[in-house]
Ligand binder design. Structure first.
Ligand SMILES: Cc1cc2nc3c(=O)[nH]c(=O)nc-3n(C[C@H](O)[C@H](O)[C@H](O)COP(=O)(O)OP(=O)(O)OC[C@H]3O[C@@H](n4cnc5c(N)ncnc54)[C@H](O)[C@@H]3O)c2cc1C
Ligand code: FES
Length: 278
């Protein structure tokens, strides 16, 4: 069985995370995922869509966290425990965890972008790393995994929250909180910092610019509409290098992002036509 084989799995648990977001848990055999990787989830009779892996435990229980935005995600939200879905994966590349445990590590997530960062946080914690997380959301009701991250905060793994309307945490954007936190950093601190991010591309682009200016190591997980999820259809191509989000990504480093002209500017619609990012 390869990563690309569809495995039919039974849903074992469903968690209602927040408004319009549910976490779906299932047992899957085969290669273990690494934080940053994704799966293609097939809902019979509806569609197949990419979803980040938001957790995986030693017993082989995998989790995806689904925001209801359209036809297939609605169908996923309608499913119940003991229903079946098809899963292909783990697919794509993954976050590279530094070998140096003294690195200053930031996880910066916006909205549903917290899903792969939650899996990364679990792994970093298990491996004894220290890290700081910034979660940004439009409003309080969009915030995810709050109990888990506040528990980390109690254990000196800083957790910062910001909302656009100030309904929880600081009023403002995740990028502003990040800028405030690194304001007092020395050149050595900046050199020793790494940022892992996922969320709206406008946020990722702003973070990329801040990190470029400050010479901070930076990784972003990008989203594009996908059909095959395995490098065949070309729908997730990034110009001008032709990098594929499903194969070469979804995680891209600053070095790669610098060369991707589409980053922060263009996406493709379902026909492959280039359209401005929303
Ligand atoms: C690598 C990767 C990881 C992802 N991880 C998650 C995750 O952990 N949780 C989650 O809820 N969503 C995630 N997404 C986005 C998710 O795949 C889309 O929301 C989903 O495909 C929408 O399907 P739909 O049929 O419900 O919506 P549709 O009815 O097809 O479309 C509804 C809206 O969503 C947009 N859309 C459709 N597909 C995508 C896509 N692939 N990326 C961005 N926007 C899209 C459409 O342009 C449209 O505006 C991820 C996408 C990628 C590429
Ligand atoms: S989704 Fe088909 S090549 Fe990436």
């Amino acid at each position: 069985m390869t990563e690309n084989t569809i495995q039919t799995v039974k849903i074992s648990r469903i968690i209602n995370d927040c408004e319009a977001v549910k976490t779906i848990i299932f047992k899957k055999i085969g290669p273990k995922p690494i934080p940053g990787q994704f799966v293609m989830i097939w809902v019979p009779g509806v569609d197949e869509v990419p979803m980040s892996i938001s957790a995986c435990d030693e017993a082989g229980n995998w989790a995806i966290t689904v925001k209801n935005v359209g036809e297939c995600t609605q169908a996923l939200h309608d499913l119940m425990v003991n229903d079946y879905i098809g899963v292909r994966g783990p697919l794509g590349n993954h976050f590279i965890i530094p070998s140096d445990k003294n690195k200053i590590i930031f996880l910066v997530g916006g909205g549903i972008g917290m899903a792969p960062l939650r899996f990364l946080a679990n792994q970093l914690k298990k491996s004894g790393y220290t890290f700081k997380t910034i979660q940004g959301a439009k409003v309080e009701s969009d915030l995810l995994y709050m109990d888990e991250f506040y528990e980390y905060d109690q254990e000196d793994l800083e957790f910062h929250v910001c909302t656009n309307d100030g309904s929880h945490g600081e009023e403002g954007l995740a990028t502003e909180t990040f800028e405030k936190l690194i304001k007092s950093y020395s050149q050595d601190d900046l050199k020793n910092t790494v940022v892992y991010s996922c969320g709206p591309e406008i946020m990722l682009y702003k973070l990329f610019q801040i990190c470029k200016k400050k010479k901070i190591e930076f990784y972003a997980s990008l989203e594009r509409i996908m059909r095959c999820g395995s490098g065949l259809c070309g729908l997730c191509t990034l110009d001008p290098l032709g990098l594929l989000v499903c194969k070469d990504g979804p995680i891209f480093s600053s070095e790669e992002l610098k060369k991707i002209e589409d980053f922060g500017k263009f996406q493709r619609d379902f026909s492959g036509k280039k359209i401005p990012l929303e």
